[in-house]
Design a protein around this ligand. Structure first.
Ligand SMILES: *Cc1c(COP(=O)(O)O)cnc(C)c1O
Length: 413
């Protein structure tokens, strides 16, 4: 095949070092790292001046539309280490009928359910596995609500890396089966994601695992950062006024905020930034509680429960980074209950033909609530994130039947 391909051509890279997100301490690039020496997430830093010189918007626009078109902004040094399953740019779909019904402004949904393994976890784990390959990792492990494990399983198999996955035993059945089917070893754990995380931490040494937990390795953020680069490009190198993001560990929110900072630094976008809204479920809303309390860190949430499993993260190691982005952007954090999430999912499917995952539906529910309480105005263009494909989640059963051996009563249909 002689198609142009972002994953096979060599490309200059600009990573200078990794930086502790709490202390600013520098860590060497091109080495395997987990958390910083201070036990906090590491952020990848680039020579942005050189990056801005090396690439321009027109060159970028000629490349195929996938997340690897932003290679200069990404950490993978050598093309041969890129592990890809076709991370296509995801469409931004307008939902004008719902916008009119709510009396709001322009309402858009970025549909990340189109990505490999059916969720935006493909961006983060695709990047993490590529870097793990580049740095010689043989075995990875991850705690997951489902989607991260599915993405790790797929990319690790493709890279020839062994993967161990631990999920709460009430994780969606499809995800658990998918993880095993795509070549990982998956265990159901009778606890929450933090309990799964502890199993990974405690087993790291004995099992020789590289820990792919949210923010405990530096590259998933860089993968999720491509959501920000991509949506800015889709907006003509501008941004929407407000972004509603379903927040669990916060990788995507932190990653997008980093994307906008980097794009601003090289002058590709102006000084306008979207207001970042962290959406959580009422049954697990540590970030919302901390936001409202004016706290820098979140308290662990007791008895976390919600149908939106991707947001059931009682304690996020990057809590202070999420809160910082939300506050710097003049955004807010908002919680919606499960009943409202279910109703929102059904409404968007029925009215607009878009099948959101529960976490994606939560962003719609949150938008509706914020519009009615005035935290978002109808002058603002809002972008909601649908993070996964609705087909991976249970739907209400259908019981209507017809007997084709008898005359059909068409009037009764
Ligand atoms: C992982 C996940 C989230 C949370 O994403 P973060 O960027 O880690 O906060 C939300 N929804 C779904 C479906 C997920 O898989």
């Amino acid at each position: 095949m002689s198609m142009r391909d972002n994953t096979t051509e060599e490309c200059p890279t600009f990573v200078t070092h990794l930086e502790c997100s709490a202390t600013g301490e520098r860590h060497q690039a091109d080495r395997l790292h987990g958390l910083s020496r201070a036990g906090k997430p590491l952020l990848v830093r680039y020579d942005l001046a050189a990056l801005g010189e090396a690439i321009d918007k027109e060159t970028l626009a000629r490349r195929p539309a996938d997340m690897w078109r932003y290679r200069e902004f990404l950490p993978v040094r050598r093309a041969e280490n890129i592990v890809s399953l076709g991370e296509t740019a995801t469409p931004i779909v307008a939902v004008p009928r719902l916008a009119a019904k709510l009396g709001g402004g322009e309402l858009l949904i970025k549909d990340e359910g189109r990505l490999p393994t059916g969720s935006f976890k493909a961006r983060g784990l695709g990047m993490a596995v590529s870097m793990a390959k580049e740095l010689g990792v043989a075995r990875m492990a991850i705690p997951t609500a489902g989607n991260a494990g599915a993405a790790l399983a797929a990319y690790a198999s493709r890279a020839g890396i062994e993967a161990y996955v631990f999920c709460p035993d009430d994780a969606p059945e499809v995800a658990i089966s998918e993880i095993e089917y795509q070549g990982a070893r998956v265990y159901r754990v009778n606890g929450l994601i933090n309990d799964c995380g502890r199993i990974v931490t405690d087993g790291r040494e004995a099992m020789g695992w590289f820990d792919a937990s949210t923010l405990k390795e530096p590259y998933r953020i860089e993968g999720k950062k491509t959501m920000g680069l991509e949506l800015a490009e889709q907006f003509g190198w501008d941004t929407p006024d407000v972004i509603f993001y379903p927040t669990g560990g916060g990788t995507g929110l932190i990653g997008m905020w980093k994307a906008f900072a980097e794009l601003g630094e090289i002058g590709w976008i102006g000084s306008k930034r979207p207001r970042m809204v962290a959406v959580q479920a009422a049954g697990c809303a540590p970030i919302v509680k901390a936001f409202e309390a004016g706290a820098e860190h979140a308290e662990p949430w007791a008895h976390a429960h919600t149908i939106a499993a991707g947001m059931r993260v009682p304690a996020a190691i990057g809590d202070f980074l999420i809160l910082r982005a939300v506050r710097e952007s003049n955004g807010f954090a908002i919680a919606v209950d499960d009943e409202t999430i279910e109703a929102a999912r059904a409404e968007v499917a029925r009215e607009e033909g878009l099948h959101l995952c529960p976490e994606g539906a939560a962003t719609y529910a949150a938008y509706e609530q914020a519009l009615s309480d005035g935290r978002v105005s109808k002058d603002e263009t809002a972008l909601l994130f649908n993070c996964g494909n609705g087909l991976k989640y249970p739907m209400p059963p259908v019981t209507r039947r017809l007997d084709c051996t008898r005359p059909i009563d068409y009037a009764a249909l």
